[in-house]
Design a protein. Structure first.
Lengths: 270, 472
């Protein structure tokens, strides 16, 4: 049995070596070697882009928190619905995921532009127009729009598994709706919160196209800087070094998150 | 035990998807009483419990708690607590926090919470378990925590929904006694739901026997066992010989091929009745010492007693006795008049009377879209006729070979065949009586095949109402 499963694991192992371990090694190599010369200049230079790094974390954090606040009630209400309406709502939620991220971001551009659809509509109604494109708000909106389904999915998956009788038991013991939410549903859905936050925060913090399209060059995130190192400056050393540092920073954030997760999981995996 | 009524159900009706789950339930539960709702699955016992718990609101009728109507009071404001079927413990909390949950949401002082939780852990024999995780506990331990979690709130009424269902037999028996002791010590009203008749007899002060969303009988375990109200109750509680009989006059009944004195009265002369004799009330004697004689068909050793089947006058009798018998042996069956329990039949007629409509000179339609050919029946097209269908002329078959489908309400073995009551919704709600050798699952849909040639056609008796529509 063991031998059989080992044989089936082999292709996956090869895949992971070729496309995870080797590229990671290459990133690490380029981070420390500039044209064959060992150097730590790339690693330390990231901190000269501190404002961009902080901005990336700030915007990603806001987008994650807003996504969580939007997704949580939706996932909870949905999980208590009869199966048929659950599927319909889930489909509607997932539908945008089947479209290209780039396309969706371009769509938001045409909506948010100073002479875009929203402002045109407002002026047609003789209402004041707004400057929306090329602001931090526009970038955050783009992040939320793109990544919200990744927050809903894990939350919904965890909540659907919460036994109805557990909630009834809480009611029976005198819990009102707030008690049920904070003392039962929240702790039981913590693993979903953790993976949802991870799945939104990680792509948001390292994004570059959302900031380019909706930030219009005024908002430069760390992802934009990494991209420009490879595509414009051709400084592979600095680009790789920065990727590596960002990865380590994300790792640290995840480590802190997982600390909460493990505590919750101990109780729920029965 | 003259206690006041704590919970009262008045004409409670629950419908779901057009189906009536509870049909006018009337019930009074006294304070400090151990009441059991007993019945087969789907009889409405859990639904009744959920009404009391507040997880379900009745479509009509009233629920009173200490005389006050609480129909619309949500569960968290009711003075009852529930032990759920699969315990429903909080998986993210340890034993202590599970039990303390109800007290914490009520913001009781920490010291009091601690004292009450610790006392409760002692009551359920789980001292020292407070830090344990729920998934580290066995089924029996989880069950005790669920009881402790409910009782720690000092509820006026504790609802228990088949709490012992998941435990093995030995543990279940122990817990039955423990629960009963707990109930007596705490003087709390327990409402207990089970499908296990032995459990109900062991624990209860009062048993409510339910079937098909209706209360069949309410009484002490002794009442229910010794004086079952109808054949369903007799069949469900304990083993019984249930026979068709005719009440000739007061204290005189004919059944099983003989006439015999009994202690019942108040039936109409020559009224068809169901007769129940418990297997342990029958003595096996020599053939010449009894009127009822027969041949032993089988002998099965059951530990405490032998279960002996005897064929008398074409009917099978079950006898529980400590005396062994040989297969093939001629024996006599003897029982006292007060061992004979006589009850009204579930279905008042002995045959099915239906109304048919004459389609043309060869065809008569009845029930829903059933058509029978009977060339030259001689009734005018468009008129109504009375059809008599004997219970033996309806066969239970698989649905795809059937003339129609009906819902199987009850099935009771009558010594030689199963007496089956079927429920038909259309064209109007009515019951059909069938005698069959088949064993079918009660509470399911079965296919019916009619012996059209044997159906008797007559002119409708005038002003007789619509035959066969009355229930019971």
């Amino acid at each position: 049995m063991l031998k059989l499963s080992r044989r089936f694991l082999l292709p996956y192992g090869i895949w992971m070596i070729l496309f995870t371990v080797v590229p990671l090694g290459m990133v690490a190599y380029f981070a420390f070697f500039d044209q064959g010369q060992f150097t730590t200049a790339g690693i330390t230079r990231i901190f000269s882009f501190m404002p961009n790094l902080l901005l990336s974390f700030k915007l990603a954090l806001i987008a994650t928190v807003v996504s969580l606040l939007l997704a949580y009630p939706f996932a909870y209400i949905l999980s208590r619905k009869p199966e048929r309406s659950r599927i319909t709502y889930m489909m509607l939620m997932m539908l945008p995921m089947w479209m290209s991220f780039l396309l969706k971001t371009y769509a938001w551009m045409t909506l948010l532009e100073d002479t875009g659809i929203i402002n045109n509509l407002l002026s047609a109604l003789h209402l004041p127009t707004f400057h929306m494109i090329n602001t931090e708000g526009a970038v955050i909106l783009g992040m939320i729009y793109d990544f919200l389904p990744f927050m809903i999915m894990p939350l919904y998956t965890v909540m659907i598994k919460i036994d109805r009788s557990v909630i009834e038991a809480a009611q029976d013991l005198g819990a009102n709706s707030a008690h049920i939410l904070f003392r039962v549903v929240m702790p039981l859905s913590l693993p979903g919160i953790v993976s949802g936050v991870t799945m939104v925060f990680v792509p948001a913090v390292s994004t570059f196209y959302i900031s380019q399209k909706l930030g219009g060059g005024k908002i430069t995130l760390i992802g934009d800087i990494i991209e420009s190192q490879f595509k414009q400056v051709y400084n592979f050393n600095f680009g790789s070094a920065m990727s590596l540092t960002l990865m380590i920073l994300i790792f640290i954030v995840m480590g802190i998150m997982n600390h909460f997760d493990n505590e919750a999981i101990e109780g729920t995996l029965v | 035990m003259e206690n006041k009524t704590i919970i009262q159900l008045k004409d409670i009706v629950v419908r779901f998807d057009g189906e009536t789950i509870l049909d006018r339930i009337n019930l009074s539960i006294k304070d400090k009483e151990f009441v059991t709702f007993l019945g087969p699955s789907g009889c409405g016992k859990t639904t009744t419990l959920r009404i009391i718990g507040g997880f379900l609101y009745p479509d009509s009728g009233d629920l009173l708690f200490n005389g006050k109507k609480i129909n619309d009071v949500p569960p968290h404001l009711r003075e009852v607590n529930t032990v759920f079927q699969k315990y429903a413990l909080f998986p993210h909390l340890n034993v202590y926090d599970n039990i303390a949950f109800g007290l914490k949401v009520k913001h009781l002082p920490k010291d009091e919470i601690h004292d009450r939780v610790m006392t409760m852990l002692k009551t359920v024999n789980l001292e020292g378990f407070e830090k344990r995780r729920i998934h580290q506990l066995s089924g029996g331990q989880q069950q005790r925590i669920a009881i402790a979690r409910a009782l720690v709130n000092y509820p006026k009424v504790l609802l228990l929904d088949e709490p012992l269902g998941a435990l093995d037999l030995k543990l279940r028996k122990e817990m039955q006694i423990e629960l009963k002791n707990m109930q007596q010590k705490l003087e709390t009203t327990f409402i207990y739901v089970t499908h296990d008749q032995e459990e109900a007899l062991t624990m209860s002060d009062t048993i409510v026997v339910m079937n098909e969303g209706e209360v069949q009988q309410i009484g002490t375990p002794q009442d229910i066992y010794n004086e079952p109200q109808n054949a369903f109750v007799a069949d469900f509680i304990g083993e019984s010989n249930i026979m068709n009989g005719v009440m000739h006059k007061d204290f005189w009944v004919e059944f099983g091929g003989q006439k015999q004195a009994c202690v019942d009265k108040g039936f109409k002369p020559m009224q068809p009745v169901d007769v129940v004799v418990r297997p342990e009330d029958i003595d096996l004697v020599k053939p010449e010492e009894a009127d009822l004689k027969g041949e032993v068909l089988s002998v099965v050793f059951k530990g405490v007693h032998y279960e002996i089947t005897v064929a008398c006058n074409g009917l099978e009798w079950i006898i529980h006795t400590t005396n062994a018998a040989r297969v093939g042996e001629q024996v006599g069956l003897r029982f006292d008049p007060d061992d004979i329990h006589i009850m009204n039949k579930l279905f008042t007629r002995t045959t099915n009377l239906l109304t048919g409509t004459v389609v043309d000179e060869d065809t008569i339609s009845f029930l829903q879209d059933l058509e029978m050919k009977r060339p030259g029946h001689g009734f005018a097209p468009g008129s109504s006729v009375q059809l008599t269908i004997s219970p033996v002329d309806i066969q239970l078959v698989s649905e795809d070979h059937s003339d129609m489908v009906a819902y199987l309400e009850t099935l009771i073995y009558k010594g030689a065949y199963n007496e089956v009551l079927l429920y038909v919704e259309k064209p109007e709600p009515m019951q059909l009586l069938v005698h069959t050798q088949n064993d079918e699952q009660v509470g399911t849909d079965v296919g019916l095949k009619f012996n059209f040639d044997q159906i008797k056609i007559e002119a409708l008796p005038t002003a007789a109402g619509i035959p066969g529509t009355e229930k019971k």
